[in-house]
Design a binder for this molecule. Structure first.
Ligand code: AMP
Length: 250
């Protein structure tokens, strides 16, 4: 079994994101970048399947600038076997990423493609679903458990108010939710070993995909700051404020 994992380089989740003065986006210069947390979970799941003897090759793919190689190296240090960088400085929207992933999947013929459920920078939650549509493969999104059977993947999904279990025919697309696993830290020897693993570099043109953005960002703004609270003297004053100021009770 061959697994393809998509990993995105994003602003580290610990960074307090700042909006640029001209409101065209968020500040990216001198900001710590890391692998999208849901993609770490995707890599971890693939590595666990390999360790359990259920998969024999894990390929990680990232689309973005040259620096996305660092993200691929991190995945290689966690246990993936080789990497692919689709290198471009153009801003990539989920549709473009899905089209590129489709081409990579057609070249590599994986049995499973694992992605994060969403990238924490654009919060789109679209790429896995669009890829499934483009490939016409079944999808199990928001996975909190994955069990491989004979040519099937049983995926437990986190849905509103409970869990849903779906049986997918392989090849299929899986997107990871937070509770699927806890990703490992790469050990120093594995980081050293990862330096020798191969990363194949190509461009969107090589894959014959037009990645021009289809959506325009009009403006990006900080959320409104919290207003200070007030202390009310008694329940009657509280009820009065809820009724007449906040208007949340009748
Ligand atoms: P999104 O639809 O943008 O929220 O992203 C969902 C998932 O698609 C991410 O968790 C990644 O697994 C994958 N993905 C999105 N953008 C990229 C990218 N530029 N390179 C690699 N994978 C990506």
């Amino acid at each position: 079994m061959k697994i393809l994992v998509a990993v995105k380089r994003v602003v580290d989740y610990n960074v307090k994101v700042r909006v640029k003065a001209d409101k065209t986006g968020v500040e990216l210069s001198n900001v710590k970048m890391s692998m999208n947390p849901f993609d770490e979970i995707a890599v971890e799941e693939a590595v666990r399947l390999k360790e359990a003897g259920k998969a024999n090759e894990i390929i990680v793919v990232s689309m973005g600038p040259t620096a996305a190689q660092e993200t691929i190296r991190t995945a290689l240090a966690m246990g993936a076997d080789r990497g692919i960088l689709v290198q471009t400085d153009t801003e990539l929207q989920p549709l473009a990423v899905s089209k590129l992933l489709k081409k990579v999947a057609e070249k590599e013929s994986p049995d499973l493609v694992i992605l994060g459920k969403q990238a924490i920078d654009d919060d789109s939650n679209q790429t896995g679903q669009m890829l499934a549509a483009l490939l016409n493969w079944p999808q199990g999104t928001f996975a909190s458990k994955v069990e491989l059977g004979n040519n099937t993947a049983k995926v437990t999904r986190e849905i509103d108010g409970g869990l849903e279990t779906v049986d997918l025919k392989i090849p299929c697309i899986i997107t990871t939710d937070l509770r699927l696993n806890e990703p490992r830290y790469a050990s120093l020897p594995n980081i050293m070993k990862a330096k020798k693993k191969a990363i194949d570099i190509m461009t969107p043109d090589d894959l014959d995909v037009d990645v021009m953005p289809r959506l325009t960002t009009l403006k990006v703004e900080e959320p409104e700051g919290r207003k200070g609270g007030v202390k009310v003297p008694d329940v009657a004053a509280l009820v009065d404020k809820l009724k007449n100021e906040a208007k949340v009770i009748g």
